[in-house]
Design a binder for this molecule. Sequence first.
Ligand SMILES: NC(=O)c1ccc[n+]([C@@H]2O[C@H](COP(=O)([O-])OP(=O)(O)OC[C@H]3O[C@@H](n4cnc5c(N)ncnc54)[C@H](OP(=O)(O)O)[C@@H]3O)[C@@H](O)[C@H]2O)c1
Length: 227
Amino acid sequence: MLRPLVVAVLVLFSGSIQAETVAVIGTGNVGMALGTEFGGIGHTIIYGSRSPDSEKTQALVAKTENATAALPADAAARADVIILAVPGMATEAVVKGLGDLSGKIIIDATNPLIFTGRPPTVTYGTDRSLGEIVQEAHPDAFVVKAFNTIGWPQMIDPPTPAPVIPIAGENAEAKAQVTEWVNMLGIETVDVGGIYHARGTEFLVVLMLNNRFTGKEKYEMVFVKTE
Ligand SMILES: NC(=O)c1ccc[n+]([C@@H]2O[C@H](COP(=O)([O-])OP(=O)(O)OC[C@H]3O[C@@H](n4cnc5c(N)ncnc54)[C@H](OP(=O)(O)O)[C@@H]3O)[C@@H](O)[C@H]2O)c1
């Protein structure tokens, strides 16, 4: 794909890529998409899995550049950046088990979704946002809510024009750093404010999925630049 070219151009113009060790917690669709993509732009990936030695996890390691796997807390301890890609309703328990994440960037891609019925209806599963819950669990980490509003195939193969994803978080530098990495994947960001606003981004997904499951006409939600 285009990725090696993008990386080469960025290296040429910026002098170097700030390559980090990234723990990707969860090895499902989103973990696979963001792990392979972040590995592809030069980061070292450690998948945090409940079964790091399983055939499934090792197959993912094999298809990711610079990757290994470990139990979630081990992966997080060895990383500078954590990507959360676990089921929404498991997120609080998972993050509380990750140890001290002070000073690290946490990219939170989770959504607190509860699926009921058939055809499914989606409800919002918390009275706060998962972004806030993650920040409260790790007050000295820099949580950036990101990637939760696009489907995993778009993370791997973003359409043209580039998708725009909302990001939310308290720390401007962390948001700027995450934006740099997101841009390298061919995706743009719109900064919607502090971590409180993760609520809005997570709820957008409820609307989007309910339209997909129950609407006769299907819509995508997009941000459009006005200038
Ligand atoms: N699917 C999308 O397109 C999409 C897009 C944006 C955001 N999201 C959000 O991103 C998160 C991950 O979505 P996904 O589609 O990647 O989910 P998934 O395919 O179900 O994968 C979740 C992974 O989390 C790990 N995990 C840790 N604790 C778990 C538990 N208690 N129960 C089940 N799995 C657990 C598992 O990896 P191990 O077995 O290796 O531990 C599992 O493979 C969700 O919060 C979702 O709402 C999804």
